[in-house]
Design a protein around this ligand. Structure first.
Ligand code: ADP
Length: 245
């Protein structure tokens, strides 16, 4: 995935992205961090064309070499799986089966292929047998995993995750981290959970006020306390004993 000089202004004039460039190589896991309002969510929405492409600079975002142009959108959305921050925005069906089946159905698969994908994805997220359950009766951690199953069921090559561990209890957080660790896809993870970043991401991008202010190896950047403090972040406890060079 390649982002080059991406700029975006909301209708009210807010400049949310002011020229952002970075890339994520196949197989990499990259953390996207920064204070509230930095532009992280706005950036993620651009990566599968959820914001009107008319606002984009031409070819500012490419996925597997394809620019996010209207005629590429179905292809791009198949490749880029986006896990929303709030599971309730992603779950809207009466059963877990229907929710996970939604994406594969959009891809035009046959009923039996859809059923197979649902079963496989639920097994991957540790929810085999949850098909008939009502999503709104599940725990926060289970809901998040149903959403992830729905994304995986479309067999994307890149996973984009917006605050995947927010509002989860410690057990849910741990389970999700382990799960993400096992999923061998390219990942871009926007989060305030720096321990998640340390555990999952080899590289981080720090965004502040719509600009990338630093980019590099996770441990090096996250143990740079002045840098972290300057951008509304903190040095994670897990790195308290390491000393940057
Ligand atoms: P983050 O995800 O890092 O917290 P956002 O992408 O949500 O940052 O926000 C970036 C900037 O864009 C902020 O200044 C925010 O107030 C503004 N913003 C976000 N959504 C909208 C919107 N729908 N309309 C106008 N401004 C918005």
């Amino acid at each position: 995935m390649e982002v080059r000089d991406l700029r975006f202004r909301y209708d009210d004039g807010t400049e949310a992205l002011r020229g952002v460039s970075f890339s994520v190589a196949a197989g990499e896991s990259v953390g996207l961090i920064g204070p509230n309002g930095a532009g992280k969510s706005t950036l993620l929405l651009h990566l599968n064309g959820l914001l009107p492409e008319s606002h984009n600079a031409p070819a500012a975002v490419r996925v597997d070499g394809l620019p996010i142009a209207p005629n590429n959108l179905p292809d791009i959305r198949r490749r880029v799986g986006l896990l929303f921050q709030d599971a309730n925005d992603q779950l809207f069906c009466p059963t877990v089966f229907e929710d996970v089946a939604f994406g594969p159905r959009q891809l035009g698969l046959s009923d039996s292929d859809v059923a197979q994908r649902v079963a496989d994805s639920l097994a991957k997220v540790g929810l085999a047998g949850f098909d008939r359950r009502a999503p709104h009766h599940l725990s926060g951690g289970e809901k998040r995993r149903v959403c992830l199953a729905g994304v995986l069921a479309c067999q994307p090559s890149i996973l984009i995750l917006d605050e995947p561990t927010s509002s989860l209890d410690p057990k849910g957080r741990r389970e999700l981290k382990e799960l993400l660790h096992q999923i061998p896809l390219t990942k871009l993870i926007a989060t305030h959970d720096l321990e998640l970043v340390v555990e999952l991401c080899t590289r981080v991008v720090i965004l502040d006020k719509g600009l990338i202010v630093a980019e590099g190896p996770t441990v090096e950047l996250l143990s740079n306390e002045p840098l972290m403090l300057a951008h509304g972040l903190d040095r994670p406890h897990i790195l308290r004993h390491t000393h940057p060079h």
